[in-house]
Design a protein around this ligand. Structure first.
Ligand code: SDN
Length: 144
């Protein structure tokens, strides 16, 4: 296994805190709040079928469009992040590789876990503030 550069505990904790707020915004359908966790020129590709959305306004548009499939469907989706692996980059940003499970539950139903994803982020961490510069989500079922 390649030896990875150690990341300060404080940065790791900040990133986990950031992800908790970011993904709770998405799962609460607060798309503007979610988009605000990206840099102004940030990019976001959440599925192999989707083109990358760029800029905060573009990310909001993409999420509104994607979630139309749930109109009239009382679904609760939750994105669970684990195994947050950070790697400092030469420009001061962090490459962040994270496992993500999307858990879908409908009233009275059993939670369904799909898709299983890996999130490839580039994060800017400055003065205690974290922002996502880019996010590419790969889906495990695409590689089987
Ligand atoms: O923002 C994410 C996402 C995400 O937005 C996803 C969306 O639908 C909207 C961070 C990390 C992982 C994800 C995963 C997904 C899954 C994607 C497609 C689907 O649910 O089929």
């Amino acid at each position: 296994m390649t030896t990875k550069t150690l990341v300060p505990t404080e940065v790791h904790a900040q990133v986990q805190h950031f992800y908790a707020h970011q993904m709770q915004a998405l799962d609460s359908l607060r798309f503007e709040d979610y988009a605000a966790t990206f840099t102004e020129d940030g990019s976001f590709q959440h599925s192999p079928q989707a083109e990358p959305a760029v800029t905060r306004a573009g990310i909001v548009r993409e999420l509104v469009e994607f979630h139309k499939r749930f109109d009239g469907d009382p679904v609760q989706r939750r994105h669970w992040f684990t195994h947050v692996a950070l790697q400092p980059q030469p420009d001061g940003s962090y490459a962040s590789t994270v496992y993500a499970l999307v858990v879908t539950t409908r009233p009275g139903g059993t939670p369904v876990i799909a898709p299983s994803c890996v999130v490839h982020d580039v994060l800017e961490v400055t003065d205690g503030e974290v922002l996502t510069r880019s996010r590419l989500v790969t889906h495990d079922q695409m590689f089987q």
